[in-house]
Design a protein around this ligand. Structure first.
Ligand SMILES: *[C@@H]1O[C@H](CO)[C@@H](O)[C@H](O)[C@H]1NC(C)=O
Ligand SMILES: *[C@@H]1O[C@H](CO)[C@@H](O)[C@H](O)[C@H]1NC(C)=O
Ligand SMILES: *[C@@H]1O[C@H](CO)[C@@H](O)[C@H](O)[C@H]1NC(C)=O
Ligand SMILES: *[C@@H]1O[C@H](CO)[C@@H](O)[C@H](O)[C@H]1NC(C)=O
Ligand SMILES: *[C@@H]1O[C@H](CO)[C@@H](O)[C@H](O)[C@H]1NC(C)=O
Length: 951
């Protein structure tokens, strides 16, 4: 358009000097005016698109409980305000013929102004996109790292003191801590880390970051650890360089950081990692531990601290502590001392050895142990000889059926890997290492007992997550050595987590019994028969690029009992799978591309089949013949739309059926065609213990239909088109109802069986509650947790329809979210006759009409067990607990047991409760409650309460 204007302009100038100037300017003006309006429209479009994007993000962030940046909300507001203005101007465009010049001029100026504004908003907006929320809590300065203390070891305490001194020396930026494996380097830095946590008055660092490196250095993993510690989002698909830039920018903002790199094996380039050089970043430091002094030097440490072995006396002390009082027996002490000495002052060796000898009173056992330790040992590769002997000895002295093979099985996992206990037990079961028990749950308990035994022998330790275990890297080295050199059923080939891209046929041909290539980068498998006929376990999971299993490859593995190919990119499995007649566990979870399996009828011994998060559309053919199948995992099979009737009911041994978030929804018989599996069909599974399924709507069932549900140890029923929910503490028997109209529905039968009920996005709640009150002859004693979220229904009893007894006498947790009309929990209380005698937790968020949390006096006098109250984003809330009538005087504290109180974004909140003391309060968080004056009265002194108040 600009060009057009200038062309017209020049044409006119050339040919039409005769034309009067006013005509020219009129034409020019018209063209310009119109073009500006077009530009305005054109520019507004991307801005609106950007706004939609940012809005979506804020929605998501809000759902995740994050707090939005004020700039973002301001920005959104500005865009919203701009839109009608622009619309107004656009409207003028239509009537432009009737405009005279001065009006036109004014509008032109406005258009220009708006254009400028849009430009600014676009610029700001693009910087908001992807970053709408502030991470609410800043990371803690130091995180406690669990582990033993070194308080009573003088040598170690000295080393610790020396390191601490170096930390406060301004001239030292990089500290290397080195010493042999098992000498206690990690323990030392753990103690240092935890000591820094204790210095609360003047923390020397803004943040202390702990990172475990280990032998197979993986840049991405290390970056992820640092990012998580800094509350930065770790994006899987992001490049190393991009991530490094983000880490760098974030760390630069820290005033002083201390980075602890534990167990470094080779030089790490800080720039590539994304860590500012401590020489440049004032006051920051790096500590690394390594087995090798050279590595410290390569990392340019300013000072190196050697971690020495314990001296004889310390070694003896540590040994006696682990071995117990027997060592003081006259006949045993000399042997005990000799054994302690043989451990060469290595804490790991002393502890394992001492534990292995604990409480042994027969002298011969001690003599024998000493002899074994003195015997020469073959070359042990990576393992330090000094450590090998004591650890091997501990292994040898493991007692109990199959405990040794079970222990060696743990070495199949990568170094520093936290192994899920349930996963281990499944492998052990499939391998026949644990005797089969009555049912799966009992077998898991057997496995847990075995693991405890190994932990007691110091051969396994707790993993980083709950219900996981891991191996000390030196112990793992020894285990791998034993497993690779043994000739029995434990002979293993361990190549896990080392970044391999191919499998070596030569190695496979060494007749291993267990093979692990898990968590590598293998892209293809050999397309030939590799004779591996002895192998019973093959772990290939976590090779994300592996997309094909060649037909011939599996043919060599005829004895396989366990095949885990989870989280690979395979689309199908070859027919040769059918030759694996011994297979007990076929694990294909998270193979997102897997669409097809060959018919399975040949795998009659199969006990565990995991097809979770695959792309299957129907069950594999021949499924009905898997008469030994105990566990079937079909969770997250979104594409699974049909299941033929009569297949699942023939799996007579089935104990666990998981169809969480599966595309197949169950219905009762009369509601679906006969050819598909109905809910009633599952009732035939006499051994079923765990069931997770989804229903389209609330099934209407008779009492006989339901008797079998009582037998289940655990169930999750998701009812409605979108049902999904976050876990709570009482999820053993959970019902989630979502997106349904509940008026006229009877949920009594669900309530009598459930321990947890979630109602999400439902309407007609009031009518449903009325039916419940009228038709219930008994209370629902099993229900412990109730969640009501996102509903526009009223909960207030209508027409005097209130329960005469407490319908939920054992309720412990109450969650209320996004309830448009709720003014107080008392509405619910009145309806269901609740007394809250066992209630421990109340969590309320985004109930915009709520005026007070609860009125006390009429139904409820006190909440004797209530320990946790969390309330946030309730704009009208003015008091927490109010009294029902003015005459009522609280005889006792309303919430005598309250321990944790969290109040956020409650702009109208004035008081918590009149005349109330809070004797047991431990934690208080108050954020953006500007009107709150008197916070609380308590008998406790200020420092027993960890209060934080942020405005
Ligand atoms: C925002 O979300 C809606 C639905 O949730 C979707 O239709 C729309 O495409 C999204 N917009 C952007 C810009 O992501
Ligand atoms: C132009 O029109 C506006 C109203 O539309 C009027 O107030 C104004 O006086 C007019 N100006 C001229 C120069 O005619
Ligand atoms: C931290 O301090 C407390 C008491 O102030 C003490 O009991 C504890 O042992 C200290 N922990 C460490 C790791 O120094
Ligand atoms: C198989 O491997 C996957 C991926 O590592 C793991 O999540 C799963 O628990 C394993 N299956 C069993 C039964 O151990
Ligand atoms: C708290 O202090 C009041 C007096 O200030 C006293 O009467 C009451 O017994 C105390 N309560 C507890 C639990 O110590």
């Amino acid at each position: 358009m600009e060009m057009l204007v200038s062309i017209i302009g020049s044409v006119l100038a050339e040919t039409g000097r005769l034309l009067c100037g006013s005509i020219y300017s009129k034409i020019k003006d018209t063209v310009k005016f119109q073009s500006n309006l077009d530009v305005l429209e054109k520019e507004m479009k991307p801005l609106l698109a950007l706004r939609d994007g940012v809005k979506n993000e804020t929605e998501l962030a809000r759902k995740e409980g994050k707090v939005l940046k004020t700039q973002v909300t301001e920005w959104l507001k500005e865009v919203e305000e701009l839109q009608p203005e622009v619309n107004h101007i656009q409207a003028v465009k239509l009537s432009r013929r009737s405009l005279n010049c001065s009006k036109r001029y004014r509008i032109s100026r406005e258009v220009a102004k708006r254009l400028k504004k849009i430009e600014g908003l676009l610029k700001d907006g693009s910087s908001h996109s992807g970053a709408v929320a502030v991470t609410h809590s800043l990371p803690r300065v130091v995180e406690h790292v669990p582990g033993p203390t070194i308080l009573d070891q003088t040598t170690s305490s000295k080393t610790l003191a020396k390191t601490m001194a170096l930390l406060s020396d301004d001239g030292v930026r990089r500290i290397g801590i080195w010493g042999m494996g098992g000498v206690g380097k990690t323990t030392l830095v753990r103690n240092l880390n935890n000591k820094l946590k204790n210095i609360s008055s003047m923390p020397p660092f803004g943040i202390v970051i702990w990172v475990t490196i280990s032998k197979n250095f993986d840049m991405k993993k290390v970056q992820t650890q640092i990012a998580q510690r800094l509350n930065l989002e770790a994006k899987m698909e992001e490049s190393l360089e991009r991530m490094a830039i983000r880490l760098y920018q974030r760390l630069e903002k820290e005033e002083k950081f201390l980075l602890i790199l534990d167990d470094v094996w080779e030089r790490i380039d800080l720039d590539t990692l994304g860590v500012p050089q401590p020489e440049v970043h004032q006051g920051s430091k790096i500590i690394l531990t390594s087995r090798f002094l050279d590595v410290c030097r390569d990392m340019m440490t300013d000072d190196q601290v050697k971690v020495d072995v314990l001296n004889d006396e310390e070694a003896w002390q540590l040994f006696s502590r682990n071995a117990g009082n027997v060592v003081t027996l006259e006949c045993i002490e000399p042997f005990a001392r000799a054994i302690a000495k043989r451990c060469c002052g290595l804490p790991l060796a002393i502890i394992t050895m001492g534990t292995a000898m604990r409480g042994k009173t027969i002298v011969e056992l001690w003599k024998h142990a000493l002899n074994e330790l003195q015997r020469s040992v073959p070359c042990t590769g990576g393992v330090e000889d000094k450590l090998y002997k004591p650890l091997k000895w501990s292994y040898d002295s493991l007692e109990g059926k199959n405990i040794k093979p079970c222990f060696l099985y743990c070495s199949l996992f990568p170094e520093d890997f936290s192994i899920e206990i349930s996963e281990l037990v499944q492998y052990w079961l499939a391998e026949g290492l644990i005797d089969e028990q009555e049912n799966y749950e009992d077998s898991v308990n057997r496995g847990i007992a075995l693991i405890e035994n190994l932990k007691d022998s110091c051969l396994l330790e707790d993993g980083v997550r709950k219900d996981t275990v891991k191996m000390h890297d030196v112990v793992r080295d020894v285990a791998i050595w034993i497993a690779s050199s043994s000739e029995d059923e434990c002979k293993s080939l361990v190549r896990s987590g080392i970044g391999l891209s191919e499998i070596s046929i030569v190695e496979l041909s060494s007749f291993p019994k267990r093979v692990s290539f898990m968590n590598n980068k293998i892209t293809r498998l050999p397309d030939c028969v590799v004779q591996c006929s002895e192998a019973s376990t093959l772990l290939l999971q976590g090779n994300f690029h592996l997309d094909r299993v060649p037909e011939k490859f599996l043919q060599g593995f005829e004895s396989l009992r366990v095949l885990n190919m989870s989280r690979t990119r395979i689309h199908s499995l070859p027919l040769s799978l059918l030759q694996l007649g011994e297979l007990r566990a076929l694990l294909l979870g998270g193979c997102f591309y897997l669409e097809e399996l060959p018919p399975l009828e040949g795998l009659s011994r199969l006990q565990v089949l995991d097809l979770s998060a695959t792309r299957i559309r129907e069950l594999p053919r021949g499924m009905e013949n898997l008469s030994n199948l105990k566990q079937l995992n079909l969770s997250r099979t979104h594409y699974l739309k049909t299941i033929q009737a009569g297949i699942i009911s023939r799996l007579s041994c089935l104990e666990v059926l998981d169809m969480t978030l599966s595309g197949y929804h169950l219905s009762v018989k009369r509601e679906i065609e006969e050819e598909w599996t109905s809910f009633e069909e599952l009732g035939c599974l006499e051994r079923l213990l765990v069931l997770c399924i989804r229903f389209e709507r609330i099934p209407c069932l008779s009492t006989e239909d339901l008797s079998w549900i009582n037998r289940l140890r655990k169930f999750q029923f998701f009812i409605g088109p979108t049902a999904n929910s976050l876990p709570t503490r009482h999820d053993k028997r959970r019902v989630t109802i979502s997106g349904l109209n509940l008026s006229g529905e009877w949920i009594g039968w669900l309530l009598s069986n459930a321990s947890s009920l979630v109602l999400n996005h439902c309407w007609g709640l009031n009518e449903m509650l009325e039916d419940l009150v009228i038709n219930s002859v008994d209370c629902f004693a099993g229900l412990k947790s109730l969640t009501i979220a996102s509903s526009n229904s009223s909960l207030r009893p209508g027409g005097g329809c209130t329960a005469h007894f407490d319908l939920l006498p054992n309720l412990e947790e109450l969650y209320l979210q996004d309830l448009t009309y709720l003014e107080s929990i008392s509405e619910l209380v009145g309806h269901l006759g609740l007394r809250f005698l066992r209630l421990k937790l109340i969590e309320v968020t985004r109930c915009s009409q709520m005026k007070h949390l609860l009125s006390c006096g009429y139904h409820i006098h006190t909440l004797p067990k209530l320990e946790v109250v969390k309330v946030s984003f309730c704009d009208k809330l003015d008091e927490l607990f109010s009294y029902h009538s003015m005459q009522f005087i609280a005889p006792d504290p309303v919430v005598p047991s309250l321990r944790i109180l969290e109040l956020k974004y409650l702009p109208k909140l004035r008081t918590l409760c009149r005349h109330e003391t809070w004797p047991h309060l431990e934690q208080v968080a108050v954020i953006k409650c500007n009107r709150l004056t008197m916070l609380f009265r308590t008998n406790k002194t200020a420092d027993t309460i960890e209060e934080f108040r942020e405005e």
